[in-house]
Design a protein around this ligand. Structure first.
Ligand SMILES: [Zn+2]
Ligand SMILES: [Zn+2]
Length: 280
């Protein structure tokens, strides 16, 4: 199964029905949908606010249609924004979802009084990312620390539904373009580890996201294997997702990932989402 999927309601390429049919073909018992929830400024990959009700209704009615074959969960990928928490949770329909994938796609450009001038994407174009680094006096370490602070605050926020933490080190796809990243990487991952270690037990679910393997042609998922090995002693409940933007991507990267986890003897505390939802 996979909960992290984007249809053409946001930046995915397929209709919801294509995901249902693909998931049923794969003999999955569960499928989740996680459209990018709106944010309070223009965002080309988010759902339009006016489509929220249609998105929910279409998936609900398809879920009914296919209910003998598969169970459906309607969720959202919601953005944490510095100073604004999860703005999309102000919408009651988004708040009432089956689950949320909490992600950081933006970091703020801050004035000295902490006022936000602008939010800039960290995992999109390198040119956007480099604009952030430029703003902070070309100090990549400061940007990484800003990310870690945002990450820590995000995890501390109270939460209505299942709280899945999305692609926790995706910032590295751009940060590692800077040769000096090598100098900061150990420290970055050490802090990431400490933040996860200090979470109350079972308060979060971590995702291993394979999109970087099949789409970005990287050898590592988010988070990377070395980090997955480091955090294995924390026993954080974990789910596997592909962040599919096309029905044919529903399980892409899964077998390559499992092979690597076996080969590297990395043990994962897989979260049994089926048990979780069936006990509700
Ligand atoms: Zn994302
Ligand atoms: Zn996503």
């Amino acid at each position: 199964m996979n909960l992290h999927t984007h249809t053409n309601y946001c930046d995915g390429l397929c209709d919801p029905v294509e995901y249902f049919e693909k998931a049923i073909e794969l003999n999955w018992k569960f499928i989740g949908f996680s459209a990018h929830a709106p944010i309070p400024f223009q965002c080309e990959w988010c759902i339009n606010e006016s489509d929220i009700t249609n998105y929910i209704q279409e998936i609900q009615s398809l879920g009914k249609h296919y209910q003998k074959a598969i169970n459906t969960f309607i969720g959202w990928e919601i953005d944490y924004l510095h100073g604004k928490d999860f703005p999309s949770l102000n919408d009651i329909q988004i708040q009432n979802a089956d689950f949320h994938i909490c992600s950081i796609h933006y970091l703020p450009i801050l004035k000295s009084d902490n006022h936000v001038i602008e939010y800039i994407e960290i995992d999109g174009n390198f040119s956007d990312f480099s604009r952030i680094v430029n703003y902070y006096n070309d100090n990549l370490e400061e940007v990484l620390n800003l990310y870690l602070n945002n990450f820590k605050t995000m995890l501390s926020l109270p939460f209505p539904a299942v709280k899945i933490i999305g692609h926790i080190d995706k910032i590295c796809i751009n940060a590692e373009q800077y040769p000096i990243f090598k100098k900061y990487a150990d420290n970055f991952y050490k802090h990431l580890y400490e933040i996860l270690r200090d979470q109350p037990k079972n308060s979060i679910i971590l995702e291993i996201n394979t999109r970087s393997i099949y789409k970005k042609n990287r050898s590592n998922p988010y988070p990377n294997y070395q980090f997955l090995n480091t955090i294995s002693n924390l026993n954080i409940p974990t789910i596997l997702s592909s962040d599919a933007h096309h029905a044919c991507e529903l399980k892409q990267g899964f077998s390559a990932l499992n092979e690597q986890l076996d080969k590297r003897k990395i043990s994962i505390n897989w979260f049994n989402i089926e048990d979780y939802f069936s006990s509700k």
